[in-house]
Write a protein that binds this ligand. Structure first.
Ligand code: SF4
Length: 359
């Protein structure tokens, strides 16, 4: 198939849904779509409503904006309020409420916040403002982390002394393992397409071997997702747990070695705090000591406010599949994309935003 319409063909979709029903029989199955872009596509194309009731799709933690904890949002806000600093961030992150305010509100209160569209924009910002310290709020998974690393290498190459990064980048496979050890039953994973382009399908081998949880990598069109679901329920019915790659037009076994090499040159694995999930060992990407002069936390010390969470927001439970956005009593009432109470309502990949837009 070459054209997008072909990936939205109703007859083929109907056939896949029938095969899913046949494979499920009376079995109850819970599958997690790890990636926020999958959550958005599932909502956009109404796939939940087409699937049998005994099949549950759980939204996972694959929205980088959503999983960034309040303490790092607060840190970015504190930098933005420092006179000598310009805080550079991707747009969605600016709207995420921290403990008491957001970057967007901090900007309105006089903080220096600059929205950038790429990590290299942040490097350019530093070049254009030599009398300022430019701090880039570096969020993302394996898809974005190589571009953050590349920005640090570029800053080094051109001798920039005023470019810094708060590294909030995270990696996915160990987070999936942590979820399998949690209280939510997950029978299989719809693995993230974009992340898999970088890490490759081999990165999920440990999950199938150690946890017997089937993994299928897939794309973002309705037929991609339905076929991945069918592949998962067939595996479950057969009692198999394997890594299968529905997205072979883009994802390869070994991923993108060049992108991983850049990432590994600049970052090392550290423990990371995930909103609602807690600290997951080895899932953070900290800046290596060799590049410490670009590490904002090592170079520009600030005191942040005491972290506070909104007690009514259940974003943390949504991110681990324990609740649906509509279980939140603030959903679509006090919490909307225009006035988000929690991070999951902000991002274009957030589960609450997806449910709000297409519910
Ligand atoms: S609807 Fe808003 S308040 Fe409720 S969980 Fe989602 S982000 Fe949090």
């Amino acid at each position: 198939m070459k054209f997008v319409e072909e990936f939205r063909n109703k007859e083929i979709a109907g056939g896949l849904i029938r095969r899913i029903e046949e494979s499920l029989r009376e079995r109850r199955v819970s599958l997690m779509e790890v990636c926020g872009t999958h959550t958005m596509a599932i909502q956009r194309f109404g796939l939940r409503s087409l699937l049998p009731k005994s099949l549950k799709l759980l939204s996972g933690p694959g929205c980088p904006v959503c999983v960034t904890p309040n303490e790092l949002v607060d840190l970015a806000i504190t930098y933005a309020m420092k006179e000598a600093v310009i805080l550079a961030t991707f747009g969605d992150m600016a709207k995420v409420p921290g403990s008491s305010t957001s970057l967007l509100k901090a900007k309105a209160a006089g903080g220096q916040v600059q929205i950038v569209y790429s990590t290299m924009d942040a490097v350019k910002l530093a070049e254009d403002n030599p009398d300022k310290q430019v701090v880039f709020f570096g969020i993302g998974f394996e898809t974005t982390a190589p571009t953050i690393a590349a920005a640090i290498l570029q800053a080094e190459q051109i001798g920039l002394r005023n470019f810094f990064v708060v590294s909030a980048a995270k990696t996915i496979p160990l987070a999936m393992e942590a979820l399998l050890q949690g209280e939510v039953r997950i029978d299989g994973f719809i693995c993230p397409g974009h992340v898999s382009v970088i890490i490759g399908s081999n990165a999920y081998r440990r999950i199938v071997e150690a946890y017997h949880a089937p993994c299928v990598i897939t794309g973002f069109e309705p037929l991609d997702i339905l076929q991945a679901i069918e592949m998962l329920v067939v595996q479950i019915g057969d009692g198999r747990a394997e890594v299968e790659n529905q997205y072979s037009r883009v994802v390869h076994e070994d991923g993108n070695a060049a992108a991983r090499a850049v990432m590994e040159q600049v970052f090392e694995a550290r423990d990371a705090n995930w909103r609602g999930i807690g600290v997951i060992p080895g899932t953070g990407l900290g800046i290596r000591p060799e590049y410490a002069r670009f590490d904002a936390q090592a170079q520009i010390s600030v005191e942040t406010e005491k972290t506070a969470e909104n007690k009514l927001c259940i974003c943390g439970l949504v991110l681990k599949g324990a609740r649906e956005p509509t279980d939140c009593r603030l959903f679509a009432k006090r919490c909307t994309p225009e006035n988000p109470v929690g991070a999951c309502m902000v991002s274009g990949e957030g589960a609450c935003a997806a449910y709000y837009k297409y519910h």
